[in-house]
Structure formats: structure tokens, C-alpha cells
Design a protein around this ligand. Structure first.
Ligand SMILES: Cc1cc2nc3c(=O)[nH]c(=O)nc-3n(C[C@H](O)[C@H](O)[C@H](O)COP(=O)(O)O)c2cc1C
Length: 397
């Protein structure tokens, strides 16, 4: 799949640079045309000559004084995908902030093709809030982060920070270049809706919107045209059209408007089931006594979509507490093609966490349990599932 593809490998200054030599070798074996660029620090770890010999091309190391007139823009335009391996904490930080005062970061800023970062560093550096912030921003900007994994680090420590293995990086590149959702029009909802009580108060829920955003980001990176209808108040992921809503009613209206023009609808938002019947025009006051708030049901967005004819491939979400039995009932009764169930009371799957342990339930109630994964990894697997389903002859309707 990488045969003839133009891959630019950026090496920054970490011990794991020795593994990148093998990554380049594997890419060449796959038939890819590989160019390598290195930061100055990287050259303390592995010599440029090694990468030149393995890739068959001169290695780019300098922004100025090199053979090309403008090496960063030339490389950026040449590449079909860029992989930074290892990605040091420093290089991640530079990329996050759009710095461009040396070759690797300038090339990253100049490119418009998919970028994969394979971070590698000591656990303390990886866990540092600055690095975590930077990685979150890079993901939101549409870049792909692979790893790090847990394992033995240089110096004998053990913990998260070890660079993903070259094979995993290779597979990530294959997936991105395949554009497995190219041409697919996708609608994703995210966030918890807010149902007003008075001008300042609302009934809400603890959903952060992270799952829906991860799905939108991954789908866009896989070539889909994505519209995200969100009540989460987070910035739009790169390449995604964002429609901001607040209430279940607004979300239902947006979804109804868009549903006929999409191939897939992923309903990841936590939509309120009930809303106050009446919203007071002025703020409720303690001195007015205890208010009685009567509730009424909100529109059932999923049921509305399931009733459409024809309708998009439909992914429902079910947040349960304690067990997923209710989600199985919902998966069978609601008419979604597949339901992603998670137990939000389970450790690691709480609202707002960066990880999730979910089960995929088909419309017959068959359950496929996934291990505890990052939300981005759940999104990745869900997009794999969608790509597979959309390849098959239509079974929905
Ligand atoms: C022996 C040694 C090993 C290092 N390993 C790493 C590493 O694995 N990851 C990392 O982020 N920084 C590591 N550093 C620090 C970086 O080399 C340093 O932050 C450097 O400025 C990175 O520059 P670059 O991102 O331009 O390559 C290491 C430094 C030394 C001296």
C-alpha cells in the first residue's frame, strides 16, 4: 500500500532515533520513496550518513546553506505524508506553537499533508502537563499521535514514553494514506445538551464532548467530509465544519436538516431526555420560594434518524451505569445499525476522561467488547468499522 508513496521522515533528538533507522528501512522495503530530515540534536544520536545510506537520498539537516533554495517548502510539497519519529518533547512543543526556526519545524509548518508524530521520552517528560497539552492541541489540529507505549526506557526506567514500534508507525501511515473514509459524508454529534430553566440556569450532564470530537477528528483525517453538531463549546477540529448548538431541540433541528445529505450519522452527544416545560423570563430567586420545575420529554434524535427512508448508516451511543444490559435492549429497539455502549461508572470510562472501555452492539444485540482505550483509539477502531461496513453492500434501511 505504500508502494511509490512519498514519505518524509523527520528525526528529532531522542535515544529512540536508532529505531527510526529500522522504520526507514521498512518503508523502503514497502516500496516507499523516503526522504529524511533531522534536527541538530538528532544527529548526536544517529548519524545522517546512516539514514542517507538506508533511504538512498541525502539527508536534509539545515534550513540555510543547503543544496536546495528552500528545503522546508520543497520537502513539505514533495511529501504525501510526514512522520516525526522520534518526536521529542521539544519538537512536539515547537510544532504545537507553529515555530519554524529550524528545518524540521519549518517543514511541519509548511506542509498540508497528514502528519504522524511518534513521541518518545522519559515518563516524567511525557506526563508533564505541558507535553500533554501540546499533544492534545496537535491532535485537535488534525495530526495523528501514535504511542508512546509503556515499556523499558533508556537508562533502565520502565513506564510510558517508549516510542511505538516501527511496524505500528508503518500501519498508521498506511491507514492515513489509504484515506479509508474518502468520499464519505459524515455527521457527528458531541457534548451534553443544556436545557434552560431560567436565563442563567440549565439542566445539563457531565458529558465533555471528547468522544464526538475524537471521532470527528479521526474521520476527517481518514478523508471523510465531517460536520460536527456540538454543544461542547470546544474549538472545531481541523478540517471539520462545526455547528454549535445548546439544547436538545436545537441539536435535533440541525441533525434533521443535515441527515438526508450524509452517509453516516454518529450520535455521540449526551442529549437530555427531559427539559423544563416552561423557561422563566427572569432569574428565579430564593425569595420567591422553592420553584416547581415540570419536565417534558425532548425530541428523540436517534429515533427520528432511524425512521428516515433512506437513512444514513446510524451509530448510536449509550452511556449506562453499572452494566450494559440496558444498552443491549436499546441497541435492539432503537434501530441504530450499531450502538457504542459504555459504563460511565467504570474506572477509566467516566464522563470527561481521556479513555473509554466500550462495547459495540449490533442491531441484533451481539456484543463486541473492546479493552480500555484512549478515546482517539476508540475513534480509530470505530472508523475502521465504518470503513468496513460502507464497503459492504447496503444492509440498512
Ligand atoms: C542522552 C539524551 C537523551 C535524550 N532523550 C530524549 C528523548 O528520548 N526524548 C526527548 O523528548 N528528549 C530527549 N532528550 C532531550 C533532547 O535531546 C533535547 O530536548 C533537544 O533539545 C531536542 O531537540 P530537537 O527536538 O530539536 O531534536 C535527550 C537528551 C539527552 C542528552
Amino acid at each position: 500500500m505504500l508502494n511509490g508513496r512519498r514519505i518524509l521522515v523527520g528525526v528529532s533528538g531522542g535515544v529512540a532515533a536508532y529505531k527510526t533507522a529500522y522504520l526507514v528501512r521498512r518503508l523502503v522495503e514497502q516500496g516507499a520513496d523516503v526522504r529524511v530530515m533531522m534536527t541538530r540534536s538528532a544527529q548526536y544520536f544517529v548519524g545522517a550518513q546512516s539514514f542517507a545510506a538506508i533511504s538512498g537520498h541525502q539527508v536534509a539537516t539545515e534550513l540555510f546553506g543547503a543544496a536546495g533554495v528552500s528545503p522546508h517548502t520543497e520537502l513539505a510539497r514533495w511529501a504525501e505524508a510526514v512522520v516525526i519519529a522520534p518526536a521529542t518533547a521539544n519538537t512536539l512543543a515547537r510544532a504545537t506553537h507553529g515555530m519554524s526556526d529550524e528545518l524540521v519545524s519549518a517543514t511541519l509548518l509548511a506542509t498540508t499533508v497528514p502528519v504522524v508524530f511518534a513521541p518518545a521520552m522519559h515518563t516524567e517528560m511525557w506526563d508533564n502537563p505541558a507535553t500533554q497539552r501540546n499533544v492534545a492541541v496537535l491532535e485537535r489540529d488534525g495530526h495523528t499521535i501514535v504511542g508512546p507505549v509503556s515499556g523499558a526506557l533508556a537508562g533502565g526506567d520502565i513506564g510510558p514514553g517508549r516510542m511505538a514500534e516501527p511496524e505500528e508507525i508503518l500501519q498508521t501511515l498506511e491507514r492515513l494514506l489509504a484515506g479509508r473514509l474518502r468520499g464519505v459524508r459524515m455527521l457527528v454529534t458531541a457534548g451534553g445538551t443544556r436545557e434552560p430553566i431560567d436565563p442563567v440556569r440549565f439542566i445539563g450532564n457531565r458529558s465533555s464532548g471528547k468522544m464526538g470530537y475524537a471521532i470527528a477528528t479521526e474521520a476527517a483525517a481518514s478523508g471523510a467530509t465531517v460536520t460536527l453538531v456540538s454543544s461542547a463549546r470546544l474549538p472545531a477540529p481541523s478540517g471539520v465544519t462545526l455547528i454549535e448548538v445548546e439544547t436538545a431541540e436545537e441539536m435535533a433541528a440541525s441533525v434533521a436538516e443535515l441527515a438526508a445529505a450524509v452517509d453516516v450519522a454518529v450520535m455521540a452527544a449526551a442529549v437530555a431526555d427531559f427539559r423544563p416545560v416552561a423557561v422563566t423570563a427572569t432569574k428565579l430567586r430564593r425569595t420567591d420560594g422553592i420553584p416547581e420545575i415540570r419536565l417534558e420529554p425532548t425530541p428523540d434524535i436517534l429515533a427520528g434518524l432511524a425512521a428516515l427512508e433512506p437513512r444514513p448508516y446510524l451509530v448510536g451511543f449509550a452511556a449506562e451505569t453499572g452494566s450494559i444490559d440496558k444498552a443491549i435492549e436499546k441497541a435492539i429497539s432503537k434501530g441504530a445499525d450499531v450502538t457504542v455502549a459504555n459504563d460511565v461508572a467504570a474506572e477509566g470510562s467516566e464522563f470527561g476522561s481521556d479513555t473509554d472501555q466500550v462495547a459495540l452492539i449490533d442491531s441484533q444485540g451481539k456484543v463486541d467488547r473492546w479493552p480500555l482505550l484512549t478515546k482517539r483509539e476508540v475513534a480509530r477502531r470505530l472508523c475502521d468499522h465504518l470503513a468496513e461496513q460502507l464497503r459492504q453492500p447496503a444492509t440498512k434501511g
